[in-house]
Design a protein around this ligand. Structure first.
Ligand SMILES: [Zn+2]
Length: 152
């Protein structure tokens, strides 16, 4: 049975989100304060990944910082750009080799927490190394605090 999920006319649909991270993405991208329709579904059956989440956001484009944020918690997710109910562009989210500024080093003593200019180097699809303190972290731990994005 195929589940019908309401569409947006123009905007973005993020598909193949790891189901457990769906609400975290809502939070990280501050989507609860988006002024247009936001449609959220999770725990959906997926042949590819077991359970998945979907978020559709009307009248929205992503900045590079938002895409990098998404990569930290939804590597492998699909971002569909929608115009007039049709998908005009499909991109698979991949963790970039380097992430600047958007992530926060969990090491409280790390210099990047004082000059607010963090830098992480990709190790594999799920771990990154802090350029400054050289510790390795699971990407889930690097997500910036809520509303941090608005400041950069
Ligand atoms: Zn660090």
């Amino acid at each position: 049975m195929k589940m019908i999920i309401a569409s947006v006319k123009d905007g973005i649909a993020i598909d193949h989100i790891p189901s457990d991270n769906t609400l975290q993405i809502m939070n990280l991208l501050s989507l609860e304060s988006h002024s247009e329709n936001v449609i959220v579904a999770y725990n959906l059956q997926s042949k590819r990944m077991g359970r998945k989440g979907i978020i559709k956001i009307a009248s929205k484009t992503f900045s590079q910082a938002e895409l990098d944020t998404l990569a930290l918690v939804a590597d492998g997710a699909t971002v569909n750009i929608i115009k007039n109910y049709k998908i005009v562009k499909k991109t698979t989210i991949k963790l970039p080799k380097i992430i600047h500024r958007i992530a926060i080093c969990p090491n409280n003593n790390c210099i990047s927490n004082f000059d607010a200019s963090s830098k992480f180097i990709k190790n594999d699809a799920h771990t990154m190394r802090c350029y400054y303190c050289e510790r390795m972290y699971d990407t889930h731990l690097l997500c910036m605090k809520k509303n941090h994005l608005a400041k950069i």
